[in-house]
Design a protein around this ligand. Structure first.
Ligand code: ZN
Length: 374
């Protein structure tokens, strides 16, 4: 991959240039090291590098520097890679058919949730266009829910693969995509945060939608990265390592995205273009390649601090002075359900030191008795 050239950026949501640094070049370099270490510790060594695509080796290079807009809260790269080169990285990268097939199968299961939700918001079956359709996983999940979704992607080689699965896929990008058709829904699940011009994309999506049509977006939560980033440098070693693990597990370490939207900044961008926000839902990382990966098995798990937002000193990660920006996406019951599910699958010794967590788990298990994880 050639090294990119950069240009100075400003906030694409509100146009301001007033911003504070969230991660310096050195911070990002350290995150790259941590990410490799994190995955080296949990993955068996014989896994081929290809299988780590989008887990360790991202299609987007790490940022040179990351800043947060003081006006609207958007996280953005400044300086930023020139758009043309970025597009080229995407248009060129491809993998052997067996890897594409494996990505399709794994992502399809996870995207069922998105397909159902879109069908639910629409209130009926309908037509759609997915921008960044890649290996066609959402096209398949949507078809299972009665939605007729076509794909649009800038990678002709990958589109060839997706067409082989009997889907309609257009080569190209949203800004120049021309059709006489209009759609009930436009979905951008995986690429909105990586587009050179998200504002233009929202405008184009609006043009392609029927009256009352739905635009569905999925983006990494920039507010979560920024809050955890604070923990990486300011908190004690335990909190630092937890923050690192949370960032790594959610593909946020090294920030392999162009934009870090927060709920308020994304809402502002959409409202500017005539959209009304109907629903914001928290989500975790889609399993990208869990099939071929094999994890080392731990025999003992000790959960030290997990306060489930009950700690009097403030929400984690953060401190008393930091508002809990990410609460919108996370709440006590959701976190508890995720932890409970993870522990239910864990075969080994579990010690829970956190009182809030022990209580919560006991309460859930009282409702539905489950093994305690020995
Ligand atoms: Zn802004």
């Amino acid at each position: 991959m050639p090294s990119p050239s950069y240009e100075l950026a400003r906030c694409i949501v509100c146009g301001h240039t007033d911003a504070e640094v969230v991660a310096t070049t050195d911070d990002i370099r350290a995150e790259v090291e941590w990410l490799w270490k994190y995955h080296q510790q949990r993955l068996k060594s014989e896994i081929p590098a290809q299988r780590l695509v989008d887990r360790v080796a991202f299609s987007e290079p790490p940022p040179f520097r990351l800043v947060r807009c003081n006006e609207c809260g958007l996280l953005y790269r400044n300086p930023v890679e020139r758009p043309a080169e970025l597009t080229e990285f995407y248009a060129r990268s491809t993998f052997p058919p067996d890897v594409l097939r494996s990505l399709h199968d794994t992502q399809r299961k996870a995207l069922r949730v998105q397909a159902r939700e879109l069908r639910d918001v629409l209130g009926r079956p309908g037509s759609g266009l997915e921008v960044g359709s890649y290996v066609g996983a959402f096209l398949a999940a949507a078809r299972d829910e009665g939605l007729q979704v076509e794909g649009l992607d800038i990678n002709p080689a990958v589109n060839e693969f997706t067409r082989s699965l009997q889907f309609t896929v257009h080569d190209g990008e949203l800004s120049t995509f021309s059709t006489t058709q209009t759609f009930d829904a436009v979905a951008i699940w995986n690429t909105f945060d990586q587009l050179a011009d998200p504002r233009g994309a929202v405008h184009s999506a609006h043009r392609l939608l029927r009256d009352g049509g739905v635009l569905a977006l999925r983006v990494p939560n920039g507010a979560f990265y920024a809050a955890a980033r604070t923990s990486l440098t300011r908190d004690n070693p335990l909190k630092r390592s937890i923050a690192r693990a949370m960032l790594a597990q959610n593909n946020l370490l090294t920030f392999p995205y162009r934009w870090g939207f927060t709920p308020p900044s994304l809402t502002r961008l959409l409202s500017d273009q005539g959209f009304t926000v109907k629903r914001i839902r928290g989500d975790v990382l889609v399993p990208i390649a869990d099939g071929p990966l094999e994890f080392r098995r731990a025999s003992r798990l000790v959960i030290a601090g997990m306060d489930l937002f009950q700690h009097p000193a403030g929400a984690y990660p953060g401190d008393r002075a930091t508002p809990n920006d990410y609460l919108l996406m996370h709440d006590r019951e959701t976190e508890l359900a995720i932890v409970n599910e993870a522990l239910r699958r864990f075969r080994g010794e579990v010690t829970v030191l956190s009182e809030a967590l022990a209580e919560g788990l006991a309460r859930r298990r009282g409702a539905a008795p489950e093994p305690t994880g020995q």
